[in-house]
Design a protein around this ligand. Structure first.
Ligand SMILES: NC(=O)c1ccc[n+]([C@@H]2O[C@H](COP(=O)([O-])OP(=O)(O)OC[C@H]3O[C@@H](n4cnc5c(N)ncnc54)[C@H](OP(=O)(O)O)[C@@H]3O)[C@@H](O)[C@H]2O)c1
Length: 263
């Protein structure tokens, strides 16, 4: 049985990975800074803080494969995604790890955005380490797009960069691919994982509004700068890798089921 450590186990991807890894026969150890109440006693859980460096050694004990999903997109990305990843790699090298799996993001080399730049530095650290590695770049998860729209949905008018292009994907489909690669043999950089459709933010917002039966106007809010220019140019997409099958509309229908009408 492969002993697999998932960092960032309370996150979107980590949460999708845990049951899939268990179903695939892995013995899973999960980590984040604090263990959720429902997992207490039911799961091999180690509290680990990548900034403080606490818990790393015990988390890595008797582990074969690390899937490093911990990240801090809204926080100190240099401390967590760069320094924290380097700290984890160093400890994993000392522990004689067989395989380090690193989820990353499509287009990070072409989109000037500090989080992405830090992810790119972390990818390089993973590749340069002594541990055989697999790097899985994917596009934005549907849940992430929905969270952004949830916050805009509170406004009377939705100002959005409507012509930005993305190719979002269901996180479960990304997790399935990661689990397939979570073996004792590393695959290097695998093909990017993108959703089935390249859509503009305006189209995604319209579908979201329809799924929630809302009527607020969507207005184009141009955001100047190189980051948005790169997104508008499609650098966050991977047209040749439409791997996901679940569409945005299907995902929304699952999240916002239509109310059933009584007889
Ligand atoms: N979200 C997307 O749309 C998307 C798209 C493509 C690729 N990715 C990549 O997929 C991976 C997972 O992303 P995600 O969206 O699942 O992330 P997420 O939901 O933001 O979860 C981040 C996880 O990291 C943990 N964490 C944060 N700070 C930490 C620290 N100092 N020490 C230890 N753990 C810490 C968090 O748990 P605690 O706060 O409890 O510690 C949480 O479990 C990342 O590599 C990301 O770049 C994400």
């Amino acid at each position: 049985m492969i002993q697999t450590l998932v960092t960032g186990a309370t996150g979107t991807l980590g949460t999708a990975l845990r049951p899939r890894l268990t179903a695939a026969g892995h013995a899973v150890r999960a980590t984040s800074r604090s263990s959720p109440e429902e997992t207490k006693g039911n799961l091999d859980w180690v509290e680990l803080d990548l900034i403080k460096g606490t818990g790393i050694r015990s988390a890595l004990e008797n582990i074969d494969v690390v899937i490093h999903t911990a990240t801090a997109p809204q926080g100190d990305t240099a401390a967590v995604d760069v320094q924290g990843t380097k700290r984890l790699i160093k400890a994993a090298e000392s522990a004689g790890m067989e395989h380090f799996v690193y989820p990353s993001i499509v287009g990070i080399g072409d989109i000037p955005f500090s989080y992405y730049e830090h992810k790119a530095v972390a990818e390089t650290a993973v590749e340069e380490s002594d541990i055989p590695a697999t790097i899985v770049r994917s596009t934005q998860f549907y849940s992430f797009i929905a969270e952004l729209l949830d916050s805009v949905a509170k406004l009377p008018v939705w100002p959005l960069p409507t012509n930005v292009l993305i190719q979002p994907v269901d996180v479960g489909e990304v997790a399935d691919i990661i689990v397939d690669h979570a073996t004792l043999t590393a695959s290097g950089r695998i093909d990017s994982v993108g959703g089935p459709e390249i859509r503009s933010v305006g189209e995604l917002a319209q579908a979201y509004r329809a799924a929630r039966d809302l009527r607020r106007p969507i207005i184009r809010f141009p955001i100047p700068g190189k980051t948005m220019t790169a997104f508008r140019s499609g650098h966050a997409t991977c047209p040749d890798h439409r791997v996901g099958r679940v569409t945005w509309e299907e995902w929304l229908a699952e999240r916002y089921p239509a109310p059933t009408t009584g007889m």
